[in-house]
Ligand binder design. Sequence first.
Ligand SMILES: Nc1nc2c(ncn2[C@@H]2O[C@H](COP(=O)(O)OP(=O)(O)O)[C@@H](O)[C@H]2O)c(=O)[nH]1
Ligand SMILES: [Mg+2]
Length: 452
Amino acid sequence: MFDTLTDSFTNAIKKIRFKDDAKALSKALGELKKSLLKADVHHKVVRELIKEVEIETKKAGIGKDQFLDALRQTLYKLLDTGGNKGFVFASNPPTVILMTGLQGSGKTTTTGKLATYLKNQKKKKVLVVAADLQRLAAVEQLRQITSQIGVDLYEDEATKNPVDVVKAALETAKRKLYDVVLIDTAGRLAIDEELMQELKEVKEAAQPDEIFYVADSLTGQDAVRTATSFKEQIGIDGVILSKYDGDSKGGVALGIAYLVQVPLRFIGSGEKMEDLEVFLPDRIVNRLMGLGDIEGLAEKASNVIDEKKAKQLTKKIKKGKFNFNDFLEQMEAMKKMGSMKSLLGMIPGMGGMAKALKDFDMENSQELKHLKAMISSMTPKEREDPDLLNNSRKQRIAKGCGLDIVEVNRMIKQFKNAGKMMKKLSGKGGMKDLQSMMGQLGGGGMPPGLMK
Ligand SMILES: Nc1nc2c(ncn2[C@@H]2O[C@H](COP(=O)(O)OP(=O)(O)O)[C@@H](O)[C@H]2O)c(=O)[nH]1
Ligand SMILES: [Mg+2]
């Protein structure tokens, strides 16, 4: 996701070593410029960013902290266009949202993701409306998505007119007291007159509170162009950047806000329904600078983890009672949460570690397969209490799972150590310990000077 951008910033930051060193500043700025262009950031955005950072750093007196502050402020200024942030509810429900975009940009998927987010995290009653009557399979696709996430769908295959569908859907929504109505519309391969006309009519009928434009990040600078065109012709209130997981460079996010002057509201980061992140400029700036996004992580986790269970788990960890059953449960939850890599990037100071784990495949990891095999050879009691595992029990388990006793010993030891470390980290100042540990590992940790 943000890897390349974050690397650009941390590398530039490293270049500044001494106070009042104009040469170091110009070196750092040069480095930053080069790597931002490489990360596909629009040249106008790069120029603006470099100019601002230089002015602000010089104003405050050259130094690492000043440079960091200037960079942070400038990024924030570029990303914050004013306007609404995240999802905003109308004062009179239902909140009506029109989802627009080109064909294949991810409208339908994103509609499902937004519905999931509103249902699970905001506890809202959501109605999805199938107003894409162009593509044959469009309604069926929405049927599958909504039934999978347990959200209601309004559809009427008897008509080919999206305006009729929208009008009837809104009546239903008012009568049945829905909180939010998400209207999925038809797209085209490119912007054409017919599409704009249909959208204008649907907009007129829907009177939406907001119009979201779903932009495919993989189309790079084209996303900026088409979003601008939609803004001029239909009027858009927010952009959702889809397929950001596939865009290793990530620069397009910086361009959308600044060049289109419409707030980026959400980012789609995978094909699963949970893979949607709220885009809040200050959080993103932290992540870009390698500082992590704890709130975002908590939100993502709360989507898939039972809150009560999470509290019980924290208690167990604090007492040093984390056992094999907890471990298996965590593994399942992690799988649901998305890749390790994207999660680690959200933990402060762990951005570098995320890179090391780039290719770590949870489903197919040999180590995890062995660990699972070992756990399944344990009795329920042993799973509950790792301390029960004496030599004869370990021998039996090794036979049961077909692993060498040395291997079994090693894994149990590792498991116990992990439990101890989690206990330590869950205490006061735990995060700091973790960060300094990461810092010692070198390269991967927080840029020096950021650790406060
Ligand atoms: N990897 C990834 N794939 C996505 C994302 N959003 C959508 N897609 C995929 O993009 C394709 C087109 O999406 P769809 O919602 O049908 O686009 P629409 O034509 O605009 O409605 C589908 O295969 C989706 O699974 C995303 O955030 N990440
Ligand atoms: Mg669609």
